[in-house]
Design a protein around this ligand. Sequence first.
Ligand code: PLP
Length: 344
Amino acid sequence: MTGVEKVSLDWSKLGFGYQKTDRRFIAHWKEGRWDAGTLTEDNSLHIHEGSCALHYGQQCFEGLKAFTTKDGRVVLFRPDENAKRMRRSAEALLMPPVPEEMFIRACEEVVRANLRWVPPYGYGASFYLRPFLIGVGENLGVKPAPEYIFSVFGSPVGPYFKGGLQPVRFITSEYDRAAPNGTGSVKVGGNYAASLRAHEIAVKEGFADCIYLDPATHTYIEEVGAANFFGITKDDRFVTPKSNSILPSITKYSLMHLAEQYLKMTVEERPVPIDSLGEFVEAGACGTAAVITPIGEIVHRKKSYTFYAGGKEVGPVSRKLYDLLTGIQTGVVEGPKGWVHEVR
Ligand SMILES: Cc1ncc(COP(=O)(O)O)c(C=O)c1O
């Protein structure tokens, strides 16, 4: 994987944005089966005006990253977990699941076809992959689509929240991104459409994003924008919310494992009352895009909670977890078996 001439980009200045890369993967499902899929240079889709994805939100997606390791390999981080989650999302919306083999092969093909866009080691940048599955084909009534498209494109990216490992501020929202027994635990577009207004309000008020509370009672913390929440207690426990309207973050489950196995911390996944935020000396948002973003402050109904160093610095546990996670992703730290998947 070494020796590829890279495109001319300032890798250290990348934000989280779309960049057209050379080729993307596209496969079609029709009459009960998937075709083999192919790579294409065309970055637009031509779909039927009645497509269920457009009218009834019958679509789901994933997000995962490829990294260049210190020794020049290119690896995907836990792509099998994304494939499994996409299967659950597809099943929730009555879409034909993408076989795990096809999901991983598509990601690998897109990485190989765009190697010159994969950021080199050492810039804190990565190649973000966006697999998506949409219901297409002629339709009018509310029912599952007759045909489906599965596609994967990729883009080089830097940090999701400006500044990388810098504490940022959040405010709780009075809106919900998902219903108590709805689609919050799967990665479907409707959850994100429902989050746009809350996000915009938070940003207008000077916050990085909003925090969602449980949709039934608004008393427990659920998600931090498009990332999961964790808090570190004074006695070094890693605490993260449990609820069936939270997206099960692959990063979060990875951090829970690292906290327990590598840092020998106690890990608790349980409801976290918003008025118990005072028990945390550190807090963070975690996800593929957010990596670990330290939370400096949370404002909830005019009450402010600050974390490590008055919300001005990254706490030591968050820093250790960040170093472990990114070290594993870039081949500097030995991770649990199967966490990095080399693209050959
Ligand atoms: C709503 C939401 N929560 C959490 C996450 C983090 O999940 P992961 O760590 O699997 O990227 C994401 C991103 O996928 C998300 O969109």
